[in-house]
Design a protein. Sequence first.
Length: 206
Amino acid sequence: MKFSEQNFTFLAWTVTATVAVLAILAWGQGIGWQLGSLSTYGIFPLLGLLAFSLMWSMYAVGFGRRRWQVGNLGLSQYYKVIPLVILAAILLHPGLLVWQLWRDGFGLPPESYWQHYVVPAARWAVLISSTAWLVFIAYELRYRYRQKSWWKYMETLADLALIGIYFHALRLGSQLQHGWFRYVWYFYGLSLAVFLIDSYRRKITV
């Protein structure tokens, strides 16, 4: 199969839009589409689902580009818009939770998390997500440092952070505890493993 840059760009936007819609559908079904009575606690999970789903789609697009040897010239707008949307979701997902917990008188993290957000058995998932959040924020420095020889280690940390977020969501995401979206999430996990194996195999053989 061979794609032109124009056709592949259309495919990239389609895949990204599809995973975003799936995340919104899963979230909406999880709250029974009771949009009129939404609180911040009800909104912030959607941002987490969107952040991971959109990041997954970028890994899928990267895999497709490598697999079909497609240039990125037609994807310039895609690579400008989607990372900004992801960054906004990454900032707002924990930010809204922290703000609402503080507003409700529960203080600031980590105490507000430990006492009012997760049970002790799930604290590992919060620790993973907090570490991953720091990695993702640091990754925004790529425009300044991506040409440095050490930046490849930052890319590896970002890959590990995404894997961590996958398991964080699987443990804490209410939309992932049952129903059809849990199986979509399994697909994301398996396909992400394929994307990463392909990426590192190519790096090793270059």
